[in-house]
Design a binder for this molecule. Structure first.
Ligand SMILES: [Zn+2]
Length: 440
């Protein structure tokens, strides 16, 4: 059965990461290539086209089966998908969405990488289905993304949600952007490194010199984690201060957006989240204004390096006709009850039933679940499944007529008959289009 895919691309300062992704979010193939160094826009685009070409070739997919292409860039992108400015690579001024639509004839979406990262986490990661989310990604700098009322906040020129450059301390240190006391100037890795180096230079003893090297040329997240684990007073103090800056930023952001959740990601949080996130959580809980309201959850991002690439897919996926996404139907939750029956969406089923490949729960009518003739199988396999699971209760069996087995083989539908528990497990973990027959 031919399949439809999306392509997601994350153009970073050093790497271009591309993925061929099913409409339900499964990564069928991923490729990483270096971003051409100090290259022209033309050279970067050529690398991008090459990644797309390779993805199609490696999975033997034709362009006509691509539903859309989403591309994330490290910079400001306007609402029409034109790159306004990218400080670290030369894509500034490139009308990228228009170029992609013209070249490939598919839907396309182009946006800021951190914004797309938050969209990825909302689609498949830590903030599934949340309509109000604030994402904060402390890396070298501090990236941000905001989804409010189900929509990405991008502002008049695409420059909204640069949360790293919120001022949290007017008397604070100078930031790389030219302003003073930005969140990033307190909580970005460059700021953390700056403070650790300054204290060591002033003669404060710290384990970090042994862990990261005497010159402290680069202090990686892993080194910071080791120092925190060893309760090194200097590193603990510096991380504490940067976590408090993140906390007070979140208190303000909670007053502006009142999100369901804050999501924290990036290398520093992946390594040291257990030291940072509780400080943020406490700051939010201590806000007297919210004493009678729910405190937003503070969550660690789940998708790692895939978040942005998948978010680019999520962005272009929104523009698709829902009928084209039919290989990603909603499948109801099926469970085995202690009394050996099946429940669907929490409702106890009294007898045999089936769930069709489009996720609809159906009665069997005059079909006998223990012996399936060809026309029965045809009926059960409407809406194009790839997998047919027969869940058989104690003492039950599902047998196929010869012609029914041939029908499945011809249609390349895999067939599996097994006990309830195994069948339900199979049904639950599968990401193929599937039918489950409850025979109990
Ligand atoms: Zn700044």
């Amino acid at each position: 059965m031919f399949k439809k895919y999306f392509i997601g691309i994350d153009i970073g300062g050093t790497k271009i990461y591309g993925g061929l992704v099913s409409p339900s979010g499964k990564i069928a193939r991923a490729i990483k290539v270096p971003t051409p160094a100090k290259a022209s826009a033309g050279a970067i685009l050529a690398a991008l086209y090459q990644v797309i070409k390779e993805l199609l070739k490696e999975e033997n997919v034709q362009l006509k089966n691509i539903l859309g292409i989403g591309v994330a860039v490290p910079g400001v992108v306007d609402g029409a998908g034109k790159v306004v400015v990218t400080p670290n690579i030369s894509l500034s001024g490139v009308d990228l969405r228009k170029i992609l639509v013209k070249k490939y004839g598919t839907a396309a979406a182009v946006g800021n990488d951190v914004n797309f990262g938050v969209m990825g986490e909302r689609w498949l990661g830590a903030a599934r289905k949340a309509n109000n989310v604030v994402g904060i990604f402390p890396g070298t700098g501090v990236g941000g993304g905001v989804i409010a009322g189900g929509r990405m906040v991008d502002g008049a020129q695409g420059a909204a949600a640069e949360l790293g450059h919120m001022s949290v301390d007017p008397a604070g240190p100078k930031c790389t952007c030219g302003n003073t006391g930005c969140l990033e100037a307190l909580a970005g890795r460059w700021a953390i490194e700056r403070d650790i180096r300054a204290a060591v230079k002033d003669g404060e003893a710290s384990l970090i010199e042994n862990i990261a090297g005497k010159e402290l040329r680069q202090i990686k997240s892993g080194a910071i984690k080791k120092a925190l684990q060893a309760k090194d007073p200097l590193v603990t103090r510096v991380i504490r201060r940067s976590s408090e800056a993140l906390g007070s930023a979140c208190v303000s952001l909670n007053h502006i957006f009142n999100p369901e959740a804050f999501i924290f990601g990036g290398g520093l949080v992946e390594s040291c989240g257990e030291y940072i996130l509780p400080v943020v959580e406490r700051a939010l809980k201590q806000d007297p204004f919210f004493a009678r309201l729910n405190t937003p959850r503070v969550l660690q991002a789940k998708l790692g390096d895939d978040a942005t690439m998948l978010g680019a897919v999520a962005a272009v996926r929104q523009e698709c006709d829902p009928r084209d996404l039919k290989d990603a139907p909603y499948y109801p939750v099926v469970r085995v009850t202690p009394s050996g029956k099946l429940s669907v969406k929490g409702r106890l089923m009294s007898g045999p039933f089936f769930i069709r490949a489009d996720g609809k729960v159906k009665e069997l009518g005059d079909i006998t679940p223990s012996y399936l003739a060809e026309r029965d199988v045809e009926e059960l396999c409407r809406k194009g499944p790839e997998l047919f699971i027969a869940a058989c209760g104690a003492g039950k069996k599902t047998v196929l007529a010869l012609k029914a087995a041939r029908f499945l083989k011809k249609k390349k539908i895999a067939f599996k008959a097994c006990g309830l528990k195994e069948a339900v497990r199979f049904y639950s973990i599968s990401d193929e289009r599937r039918v489950i027959l409850g025979n109990f």
